[in-house]
Design a protein around this ligand. Structure first.
Ligand code: TYC
Length: 103
């Protein structure tokens, strides 16, 4: 909703931000030498809803290239995914790194 008042600039900024789509964020996994491959496959299946085959492909791509995108989400969902992956990995004593980055 746009509320008109005497502060023209604030109103214009509000109108502009209402026109922009909400920002999206890539959730990214980083390779390391210690996390087992089958654990990364499980993470991709559990938290990113990938099939076994898709998760295996993405895990191998990250293993080869050093980095890979698991999905693209709105801010709150991306933050939650990163937290969940890190918590799950630390709980299982693996150093898997998960970060988010603006699109
Ligand atoms: N490089 C790991 C290994 O050889 C596997 C791995 C893949 C780890 C992807 C992290 O994000 C990762 N066991």
């Amino acid at each position: 909703m746009i509320v008109k008042d005497c502060h023209d600039e604030a109103v214009l900024e509000l109108e502009r931000s209402e026109l922009r789509p909400p920002p999206m964020f890539k959730v990214i996994l980083l390779n390391d030498d210690f996390t087992p491959m089958d654990f990364v496959v499980k993470v991709l299946q559990i938290f990113f809803s990938m099939s076994q085959e898709q998760a295996m492909q993405v895990m191998l791509q990250i293993h080869t290239d050093g980095i890979g995108i698991c999905g693209i989400y709105f801010s709150d969902i991306a933050i939650t995914k990163v937290r969940q992956v890190i918590e799950f990995s630390r709980h299982h004593e693996h150093p898997l790194k998960c970060v988010m980055e603006g699109t």
